[in-house]
Ligand binder design. Structure first.
Ligand SMILES: [Zn+2]
Length: 389
């Protein structure tokens, strides 16, 4: 079932559509809250952002994921598919059941800027006695999530202030500056998507190339925003697998002999190959290629995939740099004569940079294997979540 909330149609303005997905089996109370939220936001946005025509739509689904507690990652993917299916610009998955917290304590929402989708649960908000406060909390939480989808950072002076618990206390709205930032962000979004223009190529690689040419800089910004270098910090097994393998490598004479046999030029090529191979091994191993899937070539889905691969690659490169510095430090500390003996370079000085490169490269191979062992899709969550709030 698909219910329009309220249409504020004005010709000439760019249209922004927001979908709100609710489980069809949810209690009446939840559907009432969802309808109230839609019409309230619709009115406010029309007032605050008059350059756009706002269209909200509630979608009731019978195939809503039923795992308990609700897994935000599953809901984000479910929502992202619906967003593509209906052609919404943004989508919110609205639920009354608790969400699974991966990185923090109890959570109320997970926005994903990459998927232009957010998950909101009002389970803890419904526990409040004061019903007016509940509604204010729902409104503030939704604004906070939309703010993240529209590129805003945290700010203590506005609704973008991070909170442990959403109680409907002030501030519940964005600041004037934030509203201007949102305007600018939405203006970029409202441009026609590639598949809606006559320029859209029909072959896959041309489509990818076209997306990179059109949005290369923004995509690069997104990749750096996703803070891929923090990716590794979240992943314990990833780091452990790497540390263990590097330790064994340092203790085995064969690794040193092999290092002496490989020429520097070859090693650089092997390194580039290993970085790309491990990036794609994680990409396919973690089923990231299924993110934002669609039968047709769509700019949004293609863009998400490029950002995912780019984030993984930047993560891998920065991880390699870390391993390189650690290896170089260890080689510097160990006695030169022993290492030169292992490497069969008796009498000559040890090329330290060369060996540190080799060890770091082996470390990346091990980490790619370790990364694919991560349980519970943690890696995927690190890449897709903007935050848990
Ligand atoms: Zn936040």
């Amino acid at each position: 079932m698909n219910t329009p909330c309220q249409d504020n149609h004005r010709s000439g303005n760019s249209l922004i559509t927001i979908g709100l997905v609710v489980d069809a089996h949810e209690q009446d109370e939840i559907h009432i809250h969802a309808r109230w939220l839609c019409s309230r936001l619709s009115e406010e946005f029309q007032h605050d952002f008059p350059d756009f025509t706002w269209k909200f739509r509630i979608v009731q689904r019978h195939d809503f994921p039923q795992t308990i507690p609700r897994d935000p990652l599953e809901l984000l993917e479910f929502g992202s598919d619906i967003k593509i299916e209906y052609g919404f610009d943004f989508l919110l998955v609205f639920s009354a059941l608790p969400l699974l917290a991966r990185f923090g304590q109890a959570i109320s929402a997970v926005p994903s800027n990459m998927l232009e989708t957010g998950v909101i649960t009002i389970s803890r908000l419904l526990e409040m006695e004061d019903k007016h406060k509940t509604r204010m909390a729902i409104l503030a939480l939704t604004r906070h999530v939309l703010g993240h989808l529209w590129g805003l950072d945290h700010n203590d002076q506005s609704v973008m202030r991070p909170r442990q618990f959403w109680r409907g206390e002030e501030p519940t709205d964005w600041s004037q500056d934030e509203k201007s930032e949102i305007m600018q962000y939405l203006k970029d979004i409202a441009d026609p998507r590639l598949e809606e223009t006559s320029l859209a190529p029909h072959t896959a690689w041309k489509f990818y190339l076209q997306v990179i040419l059109r949005e290369g800089w923004q995509i690069a910004g997104d990749i750096l925003l996703s803070r891929s270098w923090l990716m590794m910090a979240h992943l314990g097994r990833f780091t452990t697998a790497t540390a263990v393998s590097i330790t064994f490598l340092f203790l085995s004479a064969e690794a040193w002999e092999m290092g002496a046999a490989i020429q520097s030029g070859w090693l650089d090529m092997v390194l580039a190959g290993v970085l790309f191979a491990s990036t794609f091994s994680l990409y396919f191993g973690q089923n990231l290629h299924a993110v934002g899937r669609s039968d047709r070539m769509m700019e949004q889905a293609v863009r998400s995939r490029i950002v995912l691969v780019g984030t993984l690659l930047v993560g891998m490169v920065s991880f390699w740099i870390n391993l390189f510095i650690i290896s170089l430090g260890i080689i510097y500390i160990l006695p030169d004569s022993v290492l030169a003996g292992w490497a069969g370079l008796a009498g000559k000085s040890l090329p330290m940079v060369h060996f540190a490169k080799l060890m770091a490269t082996f470390g990346i191979v091990a980490s790619a294997l370790g990364g694919n062992l991560e349980e519970e899709h943690d890696l995927k969550a690190v890449l897709i979540y903007s935050e848990e709030t």
